[in-house]
Design a protein around this ligand. Structure first.
Ligand code: AP5
Ligand code: MG
Length: 218
């Protein structure tokens, strides 16, 4: 399967991606996770993108598009992938469409997780993440078993730098201006599957699972 997860910051893309990986074994490619890993390891890329993430701005398209194709051209992506956080601009979507055409492959579905802005702010303020394995928690909705420690890998869990309130508002504005138009772009290609992201995580997943099960039968 080749999938895209679309939705505003805090919609639950990462949360659903984990469930989709468990159920369908599809490879998860998150541009946000790749950028954060590079920042943590202080690589050249990390140094270039650090300021953009801290301010909630998008990393420039050229940098992001090259990075994604480098990743998608690796062997482990040959049988499929699930993009989380890419594309985020029309230019990125067009580059993805063009690159897929050149490789004679197609997307199966673009899953759009829909959530209102007020809910997003609450979700992101309470989110805690593991910088080691990427697992995501929420202080109220999904606390870790032991406070401050990742259930999955035992490393420390922290608040993401860009989950402070001012930056969250900025990210939501950026989403509305630059990413929301992708819903229409992919609707026109007949690829959009809309899901109500305000439901509980398991209910959201139930809907995605039905959709992906149907796709696999086709
Ligand atoms: P990225 O890491 O992609 O962040 P984002 O899109 O802002 O999305 P989040 O990871 O914040 O939210 P999510 O939808 O994954 O929600 P989650 O599942 O964690 O990007 C970060 C930055 O990198 C960008 O700002 C940009 O600078 C850069 N970047 C990345 N890609 C780029 C690109 N293509 N081009 C340019 N720049 C790029 O859930 C959130 C919280 O809610 C959690 O605490 C979770 O437990 C809880 N929750 C989830 N689902 C539910 C539910 N159904 N009910 C209740 N609580 C829930
Ligand atoms: Mg995420």
């Amino acid at each position: 399967m080749r999938l895209v997860l679309l939705g505003p910051p805090g919609a639950g893309k990462g949360t659903q991606a984990e469930k989709i990986v468990d159920e369908f074994g599809v490879l998860h490619v998150s541009t946000g996770d790749i950028f954060r890993k590079n920042i943590k390891e202080e690589t050249e890329l990390g140094k270039k993108v650090k300021g953009y993430l801290a301010e909630g701005k998008l990393v420039p398209d050229e940098l992001t598009i090259d990075l994604v194709w480098d990743r998608l051209d690796q062997d482990d992506c040959k049988d499929g992938f699930m993009l989380d956080g890419f594309p985020r601009t029309i230019a990125q979507a067009e580059a993805l469409t063009k690159g897929l055409e050149e490789r004679q492959i197609k997307l199966d579905s673009v899953i759009n997780i829909d959530v209102d802005s007020e809910v997003l702010v609450k979700r992101l303020a309470g989110r805690r993440v593991c910088l080691n394995c990427g697992a995501s928690y929420h202080v109220d909705n999904k606390p870790s078993k032991e406070e401050g420690i990742c259930d999955r890998c035992g490393h420390e869990i922290v608040q993401r730098e860009d989950d402070k309130e001012v930056t969250v508002k900025n990210r939501i504005d950026v989403y509305k201006k630059q990413t929301e138009p992708l819903i229409e772009y992919y609707s026109n290609l007949g690829l959009i599957f809309n899901v109500d992201g305000t439901l509980g995580p398991d209910d959201v997943f139930g809907k995605i699972k039905d959709h992906l099960t149907q796709l696999k039968r086709m």
